[in-house]
Design a protein around this ligand. Structure first.
Ligand code: FES
Length: 129
């Protein structure tokens, strides 16, 4: 196996409800990448598969398991329909998902809607002077 075969890749993840996109590496969870968005309403809880708050539905793209996904949080029927826990899976290619857990309401109401990109430090400095 070549060293490049082990190097994680960066792939794009899209949140269907908001249109937000973020980069996620193939060795980190969908939730780790999502948290970098820094948005209110991101469904984060225990970060180890124990609470089910981070449930998402993968609409397209492939993911791989990083750890067990409890049937207490994702039923067999839900798994068959693409549901999983964002803290327990990593993307293996570009993924489009929808937030489906208990905190999906903020996303549905638009809390996570894209806003203007953050100003770069240089632009902030100009505005302050
Ligand atoms: S954050 Fe608790 S199961 Fe993912």
């Amino acid at each position: 196996m070549s060293p490049s075969a082990l190097a994680p890749e960066r792939v794009q993840v899209t949140i269907a409800q908001t249109g937000d996109t973020y980069a996620c590496t193939t060795d980190e969870s969908l939730l780790e990448g999502m948290l970098r968005l820094g948005r209110k309403g991101i469904p984060v809880g225990c970060v180890n598969g124990g609470c089910g708050v981070c449930k998402v539905r993968v609409l397209s793209g492939q993911v791989r398991l990083l750890g067990p996904v409890s049937s207490a949080h994702v039923s067999a029927q839900e798994r068959a329909n693409g549901y999983t826990l964002a803290c327990r899976v990593a993307p293996t290619e570009a993924v489009r998902l929808e937030v489906a857990g208990r905190l999906n309401k903020p996303f549905s109401l638009g809390w996570g809607k894209p806003t203007a990109p953050p100003a770069t430090p240089a632009i902030q400095q100009l505005k302050e002077t």
